[in-house]
Ligand binder design. Structure first.
Ligand code: THU
Length: 160
C-alpha cells in the first residue's frame, strides 16, 4: 500500500497591475466580455478571454437558459468562438473573471469541472498548455501554468 499525494502550484499575484501587459490585457478583455453576460437566472456574470497562438483574443460570457442544464459557461463559449474564428489554432492562455450580483468577490472563481474537462481536452489535442489567469471582481489574480493542473486524474482520450 502506498500513500501518495498530488500538489498543484500556482502564482498568487496581489494586483492585476503586477501582471505582464499581455496577461493584464487578457484579463481586461474577460472583464469587458462579462458585461455581455446573459444570466437572468443566477445573475452571476462570468467572462472568459482566450489568447490564441497567433495573438488573437476571443472573449465570451456565460449564456443561461430557462432550462437550467442548458446554461453555457463563459469558458466553453470562448473556446467555441475561438474554434469558429480560427479553426485549428491552439488557445495558449485564458483569463476568467466573475461578478456576483450582491457582493464583491475578492477571490478568484475557478472553472467548473466540465470547463476543466474542455480545457484539458484542448491541451491534449494541441499539445499546448493553456495558462489560466483567474480573478474575482477584486483581489489577487491566480495564475496556473496549465489548465490541466486543475483537473488531476481527469478522464482523457488516452484510455479509449
Ligand atoms: N459559470 C461559468 O460561466 N463558468 C464556470 O466555470 C462556472 C459557472 C456560469 C454558469 C452560470 O451561468 C453561472 O455561472 C452560475 O453558475
Amino acid at each position: 500500500m502506498h500513500q501518495r499525494s498530488h500538489t498543484i502550484s500556482y502564482l498568487s499575484v496581489p494586483r492585476p497591475e503586477e501582471l505582464s501587459k499581455a496577461d493584464r490585457e487578457l484579463l481586461a478583455a474577460a472583464t469587458t466580455a462579462l458585461q455581455n453576460s446573459y444570466s437572468p437566472y443566477s445573475n452571476f456574470k462570468v467572462g472568459a478571454a482566450a489568447m490564441l497562438e497567433d495573438g488573437t483574443v476571443v472573449a465570451a460570457a456565460n449564456t443561461e437558459n430557462a432550462a437550467y442544464p442548458m446554461c453555457i459557461c463563459a469558458e466553453p463559449n470562448a473556446m467555441a468562438a475561438a474554434a469558429a474564428l480560427r479553426p485549428g489554432m491552439p488557445v495558449v492562455a485564458m483569463a476568467v473573471t466573475v461578478k456576483a450580483p450582491n457582493r464583491v468577490l475578492d477571490t478568484p472563481a475557478s472553472p467548473c469541472g466540465s470547463c476543466r474537462q474542455i480545457l484539458s481536452e484542448h491541451e491534449g489535442r494541441f499539445g499546448h498548455d493553456i495558462r489560466l489567469i483567474l480573478r474575482g471582481e477584486a483581489g489577487p489574480v491566480y495564475v496556473f501554468e496549465r489548465a490541466g493542473h486543475l483537473l488531476p486524474f481527469g478522464f482523457s482520450g488516452e484510455l479509449l
